[in-house]
Design a protein around this ligand. Structure first.
Ligand code: TRP
Length: 328
């Protein structure tokens, strides 16, 4: 659409999403979609999964689960195409071209990669894993993405995308914009044990959790260890549950702070209030989810439509690439 800034956002399909995905990315996607000034593409990075896990047997199923969560969160597939990287072949082609424009030491310097190698204790990594940001650059630039809403860990990848865009343009002529990363307003929401929220750590509230599940999980949340029983004064600023109040219960947050600090509000009641707020927040997700859940045909139709639209845009860019390079 003319004059609308192009946004390219993406996630690897890892199955059901949680509140950390909402605060870290999805919330921003929905706000940008509803702003009206942007044209959004939502990419499912299914080939990127293979960089860290060669088992491809769950990729399709996880993609469908993730789309359900996107739709439940308010992504509107009519306005914003949803598509899989694997189904638009131009991603692979542009990735190949870009792979010539970046050196091995530059990719080895990528701090996100270094962190993963350290945290996951990885041995030698594959050629494809080293090139993770090159494929991501192709994802973004294929649609001439100008804005990329991401979490902090992805800033280094967007920086590599900018360098590749500059280098391509310098070598072959002006085809690509230099995209900018956009960080969300709210820092990461930790899991219920205070660590990074993650399904595998069993500390996550899923966007698809029922109200009872939310209550059950919230009951186990860690609180200020010095506040042992009701009556003890608590320290909301170091309390995890208070973060949930700040995020999901803005109207009551001052009252909760006073109650906690004075000791009048016990942790059990405080957690139940937090669960209620989260449930209230998630209620419209459940409403929207009902339309699609158990209706895989409908989800497949959304994907097919998104992939057709993405492919049309991608083919247009590749024609420009071929022309600039004087090949084809
Ligand atoms: N690397 C991103 C992540 O792990 C996922 C991703 C792949 C992406 N391609 C993208 C994000 C393009 C933004 C734009 O979260």
């Amino acid at each position: 659409m003319p004059n609308k800034k192009i946004i390219l956002s993406g996630m690897r399909p890892t199955g059901k999403l949680h509140l950390g995905h909402w605060t870290g990315a999805l919330e921003n996607w929905v706000a940008l979609q509803n702003d009206g000034g942007y044209s959004n593409y939502h990419l499912i990075a299914d080939y990127h999964v293979l960089t860290t896990n060669l088992d491809s047997s769950h990729i399709y199923e996880y993609s469908i689960e993730m789309i359900l969560d996107w739709l439940a969160a308010g992504i509107d597939p009519m306005r914003s195409p949803i598509f899989r990287q694997s189904q638009v072949k131009e991603h692979s082609e542009l990735h190949l071209i870009f792979s010539m424009l970046i050196t091995q030491p530059r990719l080895e310097r990528n701090p996100t990669l270094k962190e993963q190698i350290r945290d996951l204790n990885l041995g030698p990594i594959s050629y494809g894993y080293l090139g993770y940001p090159v494929l991501q650059a192709a994802d973004i630039l294929l649609y001439k993405g100008e804005v990329v809403p991401v979490g902090e860990d992805q800033l280094s990848h967007v920086e590599i995308t900018r360098e590749i865009a500059r280098d391509f343009n310098r070598q072959y002529g002006e085809v690509f914009p230099e995209p900018k990363a956009m960080l969300g307003k709210f820092a990461r929401l930790p899991g219920l044990d205070g660590r990074k929220m993650s399904k595998s750590l069993n500390n996550a509230i899923l966007l698809s959790d029922s109200p009872d599940e939310v209550k059950k999980k919230m009951k186990k949340a860690v609180t200020d260890p010095q506040k042992i029983r009701k009556g003890d004064p608590g320290r909301p600023d170091i309390c995890l549950v208070f973060m949930y109040h700040q995020k999901f219960d803005a109207a009551q947050v001052q009252e909760i702070r006073r109650g906690c600090e004075s000791g009048q509000l016990g942790c059990v009641d405080c957690k139940m209030k937090a669960a209620d707020s989260v449930n209230e927040f998630l209620a419209p997700f459940g409403e929207r989810r009902k339309r699609y859940e158990g209706n895989e045909a409908e989800v497949r139709k959304i994907l097919k439509d998104g992939e057709d639209r993405a492919r049309t845009a991608a083919q247009k860019t590749m024609a420009e690439v071929h022309q600039a390079m004087k090949i084809g």
